[in-house]
Design a protein around this ligand. Sequence first.
Ligand SMILES: [Zn+2]
Length: 479
Amino acid sequence: MEHIIHRVWRRPFTHFPRTLILPKRNHSGRAEHTPCTPSARPKPALLMSRLYQSSNLCDVGQDGRLSAEMTCKSQRLMQQAGLIHPSNPGCYYYLPATVRSMEKLVRVIDQEMQGIGGQKLDMPSLCSADLWRLTGRWDLMGKELFRLTDRHGGDYCLGPTHEEAVTTLVTHQIFSYKQLPLLLYQITRKFRDEPKPKFGLLRGREFYMKDMYSFDVSEEAAHQTYESVCQAYKQLFARLGLPCVQVQADTGNIGGTLSHEFQLPADAGEDRLLLCGNCSFSANVETVSSDGTDCPQCKTGTLVESKGIEVGHTFYLSKKYSEIFKAEFRDAQNKIVVTEMGCYGLGVTRILAAAIEVMSTEEEIRWPGLIAPYQVCVIPPKKGSKVDEGTALGEELVHALGETLPHMKGEVVFDDRTQMTIGKRLKDASKLGYPYVIVVGQGALEETPKFEVICQQTGETVFLSKDGLLDLLGRVETV
Ligand SMILES: [Zn+2]
C-alpha cells in the first residue's frame, strides 16, 4: 500500500511546473543564480498578482449573509483581507498569509519555550477514551469533547488538551531526579465542540494551541518551573508588543491548586477582569469572592473591571495526573517518588486574532511587526504614467533588498498590478498592514533616487535614498 502511494504521489512532483515563486534548481538541488545584467534582470520573487490573497480583497460587509455572522473586528478584517475563509461553524481555512504569520509566531514561541528548557514533541490528536476514563474527564468534559468510535468499537476523542497523553508517555520511564525538571511541549491542532463558535479565530472549534507539561521533583521545584514559564510568557508578549496582564484564575476542569490567565484587554473579550489601579492585583472576576470594589491585596486601591481575551493559561497540577498514571522518579536516596506537574497553554491562532483585534483600526489590519506575514510591500508606478520607468527601479530595489539583507528574504512583496494607480494599491497595502510600504514614484527618478517609505506601525512617512532604506530595513527584526 505504502509503495503504491509513493508511486502515485511521486510523479507530479518531478513534473512540478516552475513558477516565479520557486527558484530554478540545478541538478545538485541548489538554486541557480542568474547574473544580474539589465537585459536579464531577475523578476522580484513575490508578485502581488500571484499571491493567493489579493484577489479576495473585497468588501465582505456588503454581503448580507456574511455580515450577519461577523461578530468582531478581527474576524471581519481577516475575512475581508482574504486571510481566513469560513468552512463549517468554528472552522476556517487559514490562507497563505495567515500561515506565514502563524509560522513566525510558532518560531517565536519555540524560542521562548526552548529558552527555559522546553523540548518540542508531537502527540496524537486521536486520544483513547481509556486514558480519559482513568482521570474521570471522559464524563466530566461532557459535550465539549469531539468523540468518535473506530471500526473496532474503541472510543476516542479529538484532543482538546493532553495531560493524560503526556503523563502516560513519561510513565514508561522512571526518571532519575537528575533528569528533572522535564518540560515537554507541542504546537498542534486542538478540538473543542463549542456550543456557539464565534469571533472568528478567537473562539473556534478547531484551533492551534501550544501546550506544555512540566515534571518536577518537588512542589518547590514545580513552583520555580511555573514561575519560569510565566516569565517566558511575559517575554513572548513583550516581543509581540501585546500589553497582556497576568491574572489569578480558576482551575476549571484541568484541576490543580494554582492558576493564572494571560489576558489581553479588549472590548471583544469574553472574560471579565478586575484590575487594581493602585497595585499589581489583577484577577478574573470568577476568582474574586468579595462583592466590594476594594482591592483585596493592597486594601486601598479600587478594582476596575475590564474585558479581556484569554491568550494563555498556566496551571500548577501538583500530583493530580502523575499519581493516577504513576509518573515517577528516583530521588537521591533511590526512593521512588511521584513527580509534581504543571501545564501551560497558549492559544496560537487566538493570539494572532487577538493581536489583530487590539492593534487594528476598523478598516486597516495592524500586526505585531515581528509576525506580520510580509515586512515590506513595494509599489511601482502605474503603467503608462509619466514615471513609468520607475518600475525597473522598483524591481532593482527589491533585488538589492534580497541581496543585501538576508533576513528580508521572502519578506518583500512587489505589487505588480501596475494597471492600478499607486493610490489604489497603497490603500490595499494599508488594509493588509505591511509594516513598511515603499512607493516608487517621482522621487525615484531624481539624480539621487528617493523612495517614499510609509511605516504603518507608526503612521510616519519618510523619503529615503536606497542606502537609507537598506539601513532602515537592516534594523528590522524578523523571525
Ligand atoms: Zn491593589
